[in-house]
Write a protein of this length. Structure first.
Length: 90
């Protein structure tokens, strides 16, 4: 019985993984799509600029956090190792 439950769970997970992208694309707003498609080139350019303005700050924040974590990754290991060496030399 346990093997059957595991098989059903795997099939359900596979089905969900295959169907999830289709469900995510179905969430787009029809009104937004028709407004963007019917607008002029100036409005489309403003929409593209707005998307870039909304994307850039979170990307910079993530890059900054990653950079800081990379720079400080061995800070605690180096401190404990240097304290251990100093204590053994004295």
């Amino acid at each position: 019985m346990n093997e059957n439950t595991s098989l059903v769970a795997r099939i359900a997970a596979l089905t969900l993984a295959v169907c999830a992208p289709g469900l995510a694309m179905a969430q787009s707003c029809a009104l937004c799509y028709t407004q963007a498609a019917g607008s002029g080139s100036r409005m489309i350019q403003a929409l593209r600029s707005g998307i870039l303005i909304l994307v850039i700050p979170p990307m910079l924040i993530c890059i900054g956090i990653t950079w800081m974590a990379y720079k400080k990754r061995n800070q605690f290991n180096d401190d404990s190792c240097s304290e251990g060496r100093e204590g053994s030399q004295q």
